[in-house]
Design a protein around this ligand. Structure first.
Ligand code: FAD
Length: 455
């Protein structure tokens, strides 16, 4: 049987574009369809615009901090429309690089929605035509989920937060995950009054408890209202104002409510059910180690498989899919010691086991912790302290986890991930000479095991 293409990729985000570009570069006859904008969530309405917003927000604090270093800053003001316009221009540039990269490698780029008709056929919705392929790779990502409460249509999600006509005056952000926490910091830094509502007991479930606790305290001290164990029950609109009724009987007035209450895989309407592609409870495509779904010619990578929903993982999936299927090198993506960050203010950088996980999995665990005021915060008068924590296997001396809250934490976590993957021991950290004066030197100068106060 002959096909129009060897590989048809649905979704022009991080995972799909990487797979399509690599395949085309190998001479595989490849096409990729994107229904919205090339670059996907990460470039268009995720990591990239978010980080640009974080920079904008932090610069406001930096102007205040400069005073302690002798600068006189007058006439500080912020223009939301300038930020949006400059961000959009940068995203347009990146989006073109994504589609251009596939084209340059020899792939066919299609701007259309694609749906599956059968195990080898795709329907292009706007173009009203079908194409066939030996293999189909689904890389359609995910979308924000809003809970089903009265007035939910009055809320926005991170998608809309990147395009608001004007900066809110008072925003309620619902959720306790990294997106909620990051946007709370962004809006607060831009001068917006922020209240974070989270149904759980403490924000950032799954992160080390010291990070969670210290960040919550810091956010509160900065003036962000962090309210846990509650969530919106209903939202009402009167004029320009919204009233959020909470499950604890509270009424909060605001002009914007943003839901960061999880994401769902983009599989609705793709034609998966009719084909018998096995999906999970939330629609995620179930795949094996080689990204193959229950239908042998259909594969999936990235957020649509809802495993670890991060850009570098989607990209690694795309690479591993190509290696396994076109280079005879089947090797599943190795996610051990995956570093992650939360671009909160101050930011979090973390890699490896949390203290809680390590205590469950290892017989003896030693903890090393340091809390200190970073040098930059002395003259600026900023009271925030930095937290560094190492989780060590008492038996082997291997460093199992490193957790940092403070400036440049994410940059440190990226490099720490290399050491932890190599099996670095606490003794290796101790033997490494400090780089002075830095905050990171604390990582190699912590000598005292942390003892809980009760022992
Ligand atoms: C606000 C926010 C901040 C984030 N920050 C970070 C971060 O700091 N670091 C990090 O690592 N990750 C971050 N992420 C997660 C990251 O963006 C995703 O993990 C990553 O983009 C997943 O890549 P993907 O290729 O699986 O899917 P996506 O990038 O979502 O791409 C899927 C593409 O498929 C298209 N599509 C969907 N259905 C069809 C169809 N039927 N036909 C054609 N096209 C279709 C979509 O339009 C989309 O462009 C963030 C996400 C959000 C929402």
């Amino acid at each position: 049987m002959t096909f129009d293409y060897d590989l048809f990729v649905i979704g022009g985000g991080s995972g799909g574009v990487r797979a399509a570009r690599l395949a085309a570069g190998l001479g595989v006859r490849t096409a990729i369809a994107e229904e919205y904008r090339f670059g996907g969530t990460c470039v268009i309405r995720g990591c990239v615009p978010k980080k640009l917003f974080v920079y904008a927000s932090e610069l406001g604090h930096a102007i205040d901090d400069a005073r302690g270093f002798g600068w006189t800053v007058t006439g500080k003001s912020f223009d939301w429309k300038t930020l949006i316009a400059n961000k959009d221009a940068e995203i347009e540039r990146l989006s073109k690089l994504y589609s251009g990269g596939v084209r340059a490698a020899g792939g066919t780029v299609i701007l259309d929605r694609a749906e599956l008709l059968d195990a080898h056929t795709v329907r292009l919705v706007k173009e009203r035509r079908t194409v066939t392929a030996e293999r189909i790779l689904i890389a359609t990502g995910g979308h924000p989920f809003i809970p089903d409460i009265p007035g939910r249509e009055l809320g926005i999600t991170s998608n809309e937060a990147f395009h608001l006509d004007k900066l809110p005056e008072r925003i309620v952000i619902v959720g306790g995950g990294y997106i909620a926490v990051e946007f709370a910091g962004i809006f607060h830094g831009l001068g917006v009054e922020v209240e974070l509502l989270y149904r759980g007991g403490e924000i950032l479930r799954g992160f080390d408890h010291d990070l969670r606790h210290t960040l919550t305290e810091t956010m509160r001290a900065q003036g962000i209202a962090v309210t846990c164990n509650t969530e919106p029950a209903a939202i009402e609109k009167t004029g320009d104002r919204l009233t959020v009724m909470t499950t604890r009987g509270g009424h909060i007035s605001c002009d914007t409510i943003m839901f960061a209450t999880g994401r769902r895989p983009n599989t609705v309407g793709l034609g998966l059910q009719k084909l018998g592609v096995k999906c999970g409870w939330n629609g995620r495509i179930m795949v094996d180690d080689w990204y193959r779904s229950s239908i042998p010619s259909i594969y999936a990578v990235g957020d649509v498989t809802d495993r670890v929903n991060l850009t570098p993982v989607a990209i690694r999936d795309g690479v591993a899919f190509i290696e396994a299927n076109y280079k005879n090198n089947p090797k599943p993506a190795d996610l051990a010691f995956l570093p992650t960050a939360v671009f909160s203010q101050p930011e979090i950088g973390t890699v490896g086991y949390t203290e809680e996980q390590a205590r469950e999995m290892f017989r003896g665990v030693d903890i090393y912790k340091s809390r200190f005021r970073p040098m930059k915060n002395t003259l600026s008068g900023r009271p925030e302290r930095m937290l560094m924590k190492l989780v060590v296997d008492a038996e082997s001396d291997k460093v199992l986890g490193a957790h940092i809250l403070g400036p440049d934490a994410a940059e440190m976590a990226q490099l720490l991930a290399v050491s932890l993957r190599l099996g670095a021991r606490k003794a290796d950290f101790d033997a490494t000479i400090a780089l002075h004066p830095t905050a990171a030197e604390e990582l190699v100068t912590m000598r005292e095991k942390w003892q809980p106060l009760s022992t």
